[in-house]
Design a protein around this ligand. Sequence first.
Ligand code: SF4
Length: 594
Amino acid sequence: MKILLVAVDAKFIHTNLAVHSLKAYSDKYKDYIHIAQYSINHTKEDVLRGIYLEKADIVAFSCYVWNIDMIAGIVESLKKVQPQVKIWFGGPEASYNPRDYLIKYKELDGIVIGEGEQTFYELIECYLGIGKELQDIHGIVFKESARVSLVTDNNVNTIMETAPRVFVSLDSIPFAYPDIESHRNKIIYYESSRGCPYTCSYCLSSALRGVRHRNIDLVKSELKIFLDHKVAQVKFVDRTFNCNKEHAMEIWSFIRDHDNGITNFHFEITADLLSDKELDIFASLRPGLIQLEIGVQTTNPDTMKAIIRRVDFNKLSENVKNIRKMHNIHQHLDLIAGLPLEDYSSFERSFRDVYQLKPDQLQLGFLKVLKGSIIEKECKNYGIVYNSEPPYEILYTNHITYNEIIELKGVCDMVEVYYNSGQFAYSMEFLEHYFDTPMSLYASLYRYYDENGLYRLAHSRMRRFEILLDFFISMIAINDKASDKENNDKMLIYDSKEELLVFKEILLFDICLREALRNRPDYVGKPISYKEHRLICDKYKVSKTRTHLESFYYDVVASAKLGRAVKSNSIIVFDYDNRDPITNSAGIHILTDI
Ligand code: SF4
C-alpha cells in the first residue's frame, strides 16, 4: 500500500509542517507514506501528473483557504485518471464544513477533522487491515466509498461522521523534520504550542478552547537541531507565542545563548503582554536573530469590542517603540480592513495609529469570513457580505462600501511596494508632509497609478522611482493651481522648484541606499568622477570597490524628516559592505568638509 500526503504551499520555499508531522507520528508505517510538496505556483497539470505518477492507493491533501481551489481542480481529474484511489482531505479549510465538502466534491472519500496525527495513524492501520474499522476511528467524516477495496460512485447519501477526536499530548508527536538536511534552504515551520487563549471572532484559533505547550526540554533539543544545521529561518506557528511568559522567555533565552549567527526565528506575539523582562532579553539579541509579527488589526475600541479582542493599544505602542529603539528586531504589524463597525475613516485612523509606530512592515489584510469562526454567525448583525468562494473575503459591510474596499486594496498594493519594500523610505517620509494622514498619501498614489494606466502592471524598481517623481510633479502642479486660486497660505510655503530639486535628491538617496547607481536616471545630477572617487576613498579610508559616491546639495535626511528643503553640501559614501542588518540599507558616511 502507498499513501501520498500532498502539500500545496503558498511558496516553494515553505515547508508544510502538517504533512511532516503526520508522517513523523506514523513513523512505524513510514515505508508506506510518501510526501509530495508543491506550491500554488505550480500548474494543476504538473501537480496532477506528479500525483498520478506516484500511483498511490490513498492521496491525502492538506487544505487551507489559499490552496483549496487548486486542490479541488486536481482531485476532479485525479479520480478520472485513477478511479480506484481514495482521496482524503484534512486541514482547517475542510474541518469546519466536512459534509458540505463531501457533497460538493464527489471525488472526495473522507475528511479528517481537526488535529490529524492520531487519526491518520488509525486510518493507515485501517487500510492495512490491522486496525479499527472506519466507523470506529474518531475525528473523521466519510462516504461509503472510503472503505477498503470499495469502488463506488461516491454516493453522497451515505455520509458518516464519527465521534470527535480527543487531543493528543504535543509531547507524543515526534520531531517533524528527521531529514532536516533536505529542508536546509527552506523556511521551516515549527510548533511549540497549539491553541490560543483569546477569542477573536474572525479567527479559527478561537474555535478551540485551551492552549497546550510542548515540553520545554523537547523544544530546546529540537531548536538545537535547527541551530546545528544552520537553517536560514524557523517560523513558529504558535498562535500567540508569548501567552505563556515562562515558556516564551525560556525559548528566547535559549536561542540567544545558542545563536549560530545565521538562523532567524519568527514569532507571532501579542505585544501588549510584553514586560520589562522580555524587553531586556530582546535588547540582548543579535540583530536579525528574531523577528516579530504583531497583530493590531484595529485601534477602534468599538470594533475591538465587536470582534472580542482585548488589546491595550497604548501598552502595545510603548513596547513596539521600545523594541524599535533597540534596532535589532524586525517588527511586522498587521491591520484588517472590513471588520465590524470599522468604516473608511475609522480604518484610516487605525492605519495612522499603526503607521506612526514605524513598523518595518505594515501588512493590510481584508476580513475573511472563515467557516467555523464566530463572525460567520454574526454577518447579519454587521451587514457583512463576502465572497462565497475561498478565501471568503469581505465585499462590503454596513460600514464600508465595495468602492472603499477597492480603494483599500489599492492602498494595500501601494504600501507593499512603497513602504514594505523599504526601498523608498526617505521619499515616502518626505511625501507624508503633503497629506493630512499617511493613508491619504497611499490612496492618492493608488489613484495616480489607476488613472494613468499603471496599476496592476509589473514595473522595475527604477520605474517605480520615476512614477513617484511624476506623481509628485503632478501633485505640486495641482497644489500650485490651488494656491493661486485660493491664495492658500499652506501651499505658498513651498517653492515648487526647490521642493522638486530636493525631492529628486531624496529619490537618488533612496536608490543608492539599496545599490550603486548603474544607469543614471536623467533627473539626477552629474556623477563623481572615477579619479575623485578614488581620492575620497583613500582620504576617508573606505573601500573603493564596494562603495558608491554621490554629491548632494541638500541635507536629504533632514529634508525628508521635515518635509522641506534643508540646504547642505555634502558627498555621501554608500558602503555596501556595511549594510544595516534590519533594513538592509547601505552604511553611509556623510562628508561635509569636502
Ligand atoms: S487572532 Fe490571534 S489572538 Fe486572536 S484568537 Fe486568533 S490567534 Fe488568538
